[in-house]
Design a protein. Structure first.
Length: 194
């Protein structure tokens, strides 16, 4: 017999990966990631730590890849990067955080465009004689101009600026956390005032 005896090297069937996850704001976010990624075929375990923004995943290499895990997390509305102990991803993490901060800042400023006029219309203007005369104008029986204007300001804020939350709730059943139900309930209650 010539040569050397060879045996195939078997790759371990199970893989483990640690991902940095950005964009989580509450325990509901981390719970959604654990639940949705954990339900993927081939995922053995999914653990997400909100405080340090890290997810640890065990998976079957024959069924799922790291790219599949990252794609699923991104479909849920979060950003995910491979965790790197040496910190080589620091620049990517910084860019991801900068992007998230810019998105939240934009949403905040846009919401101010509706919130400030809405506040003035509901709480300040009616205290002046001229303001009360304008807001009390009847558009239809039982419907005043002030209420129509307030509704016109709250609908874009609730469903425009807050639209991303509604989209996530519709796609991934995030209403289990109750945040969308709460904001919609408050909006509906404030819209019904007479």
């Amino acid at each position: 017999m010539l040569g050397f005896e060879a045996t195939p090297v078997e790759q371990p069937k199970e893989g483990k990966v640690e991902l940095r996850i950005f964009g989580m704001t509450c325990a509901s976010c981390s719970g959604t990631i654990e639940r949705e990624v954990g339900a993927m075929p081939g995922v053995i375990a999914a653990r997400v730590n909100l405080a340090i923004e890290v997810g640890q995943f065990e998976y079957d290499r024959n069924c799922v890849t790291v790219r599949d895990l990252v794609d699923r997390i991104e479909q849920l509305g979060f950003d995910a990067l491979l965790a790197d102990c040496q910190g080589r991803n620091a620049q990517l993490e910084s860019l991801a955080r900068t992007k998230e901060v810019a998105e939240w800042r934009r949403a905040f400023l846009l919401s101010l465009l509706f919130a400030v006029p809405g506040f003035l219309l509901a709480k300040v203007i009616p205290h002046f004689d001229w303001g009360l005369a304008v807001t009390d104008l009847r558009v239809l029986p039982g419907l005043r101009l002030g209420h129509v204007l307030e509704l016109a300001l709250t609908i874009p804020a609730q469903f425009g600026v807050g639209g991303a939350s509604h989209t996530a709730a519709a796609q991934w059943a995030a209403t289990k956390g109750g945040s969308i139900l709460g904001t919609n309930g408050a909006w509906q209650a404030s819209s019904r005032k007479a």
